[in-house]
Design a protein around this ligand. Structure first.
Ligand SMILES: [Zn+2]
Length: 192
């Protein structure tokens, strides 16, 4: 433990003695009542005396700082892999979706001026449709972990929102958990 040696010297655990003017120490202690204040000595192996609430609380030692501080900071700097994972839709699923939508556009709709356009937000896949330059929301699918088991919600223009409770629309019978089924339903609900 570092020692305060009356009236204005401080001894580090390493044996180093830091001497200050009495006035300096008195002023620093007064300043430290509300916040931590650091007082560095001018010795070649520098020591910084830390004051808080009118007292010396710590001596930062240039000789000893390396070993204990690296030990302390090691766990903090370890990267957390769990936090880095997102809860959204995996990239490989999005690649799959892009291929399915593209295939549907070219083989089912077969009109270069009409096409489904996927977009994402979190675990949701939104299928908009571009009809002659106008982009309109059609439906929203929620990813549940399987390509054949998406939760479906049709866009309701009357309410300007997606509604997973709404099943009274033409084309609803096509909804089967797949993206193709959702696009077929959307095509009947909102003909292009
Ligand atoms: Zn020291």
């Amino acid at each position: 433990m570092p020692k305060e040696i009356f009236p204005s010297s401080f001894e580090c655990d390493c044996g180093h003695l830091s001497d200050f003017f009495e006035n300096t120490v008195r002023e620093i202690k007064a300043m430290s009542l509300k916040k931590k204040v650091y007082l560095a000595d001018s010795a070649p192996e520098e020591h910084t005396i830390v004051f808080y609430r009118g007292k010396m609380v710590q001596i930062q030692c240039s000789k000893q700082s390396q070993s204990p501080e690296t030990k302390q900071s090691a766990p903090k700097s370890r990267p957390s892999k769990k936090r880095a994972t997102t809860r959204g839709i995996p990239d490989e699923v999005k690649t799959n979706v892009a291929a399915i939508v593209q295939h549907f556009n070219t083989t089912v709709i077969r009109n270069p001026h009409c096409q489904y356009v996927p977009r994402y937000r979190g675990k949701f896949l939104y299928l908009d449709r571009q009809d002659y330059g106008r982009l309109s929301p059609i439906c929203r699918l929620e990813y549940t972990g399987k390509m054949e088991d998406w939760s479906f919600a049709i866009y309701k223009y009357s309410d300007e929102r997606y509604d997973e409770e709404e099943w009274f629309f033409s084309g609803a019978e096509h909804v089967d958990g797949t993206i193709e089924g959702a696009m077929k339903a959307g095509l009947e609900a909102y003909p292009s």
